[in-house]
Design a protein around this ligand. Structure first.
Ligand code: ADQ
Length: 456
């Protein structure tokens, strides 16, 4: 018998657009929604509006159990502790993490609230599947409330090396919160190892093996479960007539450039968008005789617009785009097209299909689904993926051109190699990448995670 699953995540998959509930974009929702629809699951999370929580409702075949957040909690818990302390700390401290006690306290209080809503929704033997860095205390709190359910935790972002994690003033509490789970799953081997070390050091857990810890008379399984995509869905849309028509239009709109290069990211300082733009400028510099051969499209989804670091990033990227277009553009032609918006899936896929080169160059990324989505859309046309060695995806997508995103000249060289690559080599590389992306879909990922939880 399949056991019922209650996902506990920061956000609900549905958000209110002022008139109706709509499905929010983003890696997490896109990955989990198809899975929950299959197992008739529920989802505990915040609706996106501050104040009193709406009554539970159903959307897209999933029972949605809203948790309330006040305006102050949104600022201190979400923008504060989650996104000004944990997010930078867990991404190699790309910018300095800020630790404030007035952010930590609401983090604990809000985690407690999620744990309570989840505890009420769970029946004996159900599985609670807690998601991500916003809710690291929930496994421990939930165990205290409900010792009769199985608790899983999945971290979508990297777990940092102990040298960085040690800086966190509440490192012991975070480790103990996580150790409340029966199964802790991570994107990469490196994250599993980093966590095991931190659990030994700050939680006094003992390693039984590389995949098992012992803590307070309980056994905790550590799992490497790289997240994936619904590959078939992307392939199907990429093949559709609507996308094919749009691809031809886009190519024309982009000045029929010989090489269309694409970047698609949430606008986040971990994604390396600014360095990537500099690398593209380097390519234009080297090709000053024929700059019109290249067109670079950067699609950036607005993200965390209330955090100052994100506002600064947005203006520095816009300045850089302006500078490159000013330096290399001509009347009626700009080498960089910059779109600051979220795109409907069909339009996003048309961009994946039209792009000859995909630049995925985060400074640190848990996985990066964009890289996998691009590969899924390349049926019958090679295209070259240039991928950062610091994306979790690099552990799997080894036939990409792997780069160090901090090395601006190195990325320019890789871009050049991508645009000049022999068709036969590009085809071979893409075939290998496609094999990986087709053989490990989001359904395999969910099956692996849930199988581990169901075994408890
Ligand atoms: P993100 O940091 O959001 O996810 P990513 O994995 O690339 O990063 O997922 C982004 C998602 O948003 C993709 O599915 C993509 O299609 C979509 N998207 C991007 N740009 C878009 C646009 N302009 N319009 C519409 N949709 C767009 C976090 C972690 C990642 C991890 C995922 C899942 O940071 O490392 O891979 O969770 O675990």
């Amino acid at each position: 018998m399949t056991r019922r699953i209650v996902v506990v995540a920061n956000r609900l998959p549905a958000s209110w657009d002022g008139e109706k509930w709509v499905t929010s974009p983003g890696g997490l929702v896109r990955a989990l929604e198809p899975v929950l629809q299959r197992v008739n699951g529920s989802w505990v999370g915040w609706s996106g509006n501050v104040g009193e929580a709406p009554a539970p409702f159903e959307h897209d075949g999933i029972a949605q159990l809203p948790v309330s957040l006040t305006e102050e909690e949104l600022n201190d818990f979400y923008y504060g502790f989650c996104n000004s302390a944990l997010w930078p700390l867990y991404h190699d401290a790309v910018i300095s993490p800020e630790f404030h006690r007035h952010h930590w306290r609401p983090y604990r209080a809000v985690n407690e609230r999620y744990a309570k809503v989840a505890a009420e929704a769970l029946s004996p033997d159900d599985i609670a599947w807690v998601q991500d860095y916003q809710l690291q205390l929930v496994p421990g709190m939930l165990r205290a409330l409900r010792s009769d359910v199985t608790i899983g935790f999945y971290l979508h972002i990297p777990f940092p090396p102990i040298e960085l994690f040690s800086r966190l003033p509440w490192r012991r509490q975070i480790i103990e919160g996580l150790l409340g789970a029966d199964v802790l799953a991570f994107q990469t081997r490196a994250s599993v190892q980093n966590f095991a070390r931190a659990a030994r050091r700050f939680g006094q857990a003992e390693s039984v093996s590389r995949r098992e810890l012992r803590w307070r008379d309980r056994s905790i399984t550590l799992q490497r479960a790289p997240i994936a995509i619904d590959t078939g869905h992307f392939e199907e849309i990429a093949r559709s007539d609507a996308v094919q028509t749009r691809v031809a239009e886009l190519r024309h709109e982009l000045g029929d450039a010989e090489h269309i290069i694409l970047g698609v990211d949430r606008l986040d300082y971990t994604k390396g968008i600014d360095l990537r733009l500099k690398s593209f400028a380097g390519l234009l510099e080297q090709s000053s005789d024929a700059p019109r051969r290249y067109a670079f499209v950067q699609v950036a989804v607005p993200s965390r617009e209330d955090v100052p670091a994100y506002q600064d990033l947005r203006s520095s990227i816009e300045q850089l785009v302006g500078r490159i277009n000013g330096d290399y553009g001509e009347p009626g032609w700009s080498p960089v097209s910059y779109l600051y918006r979220s795109l409907p899936l069909e339009e996003l896929i048309a961009y994946y299909v039209v792009a000859d080169v995909m630049l995925v160059t985060p400074l640190r990324d848990g996985m990066n689904l964009v890289a996998k989505e691009y590969v899924a859309c390349r049926r019958g046309r090679p295209g070259v993926l240039v991928l950062s060695e610091f994306a979790g995806a690099a552990e799997q997508l080894k036939s990409a051109l792997i780069v160090n995103p901090h090395d601006v000249d190195g990325v320019t060289t890789a871009l050049r190699a991508a645009t000049e690559m022999e068709h036969s080599e590009a085809r071979l590389r893409m075939q290998r990448l496609r094999r990986t992306v087709r053989s490990e879909t989001v359904f395999d990922w969910a099956r692996d995670c849930l199988a581990m939880l169901e075994a408890f």
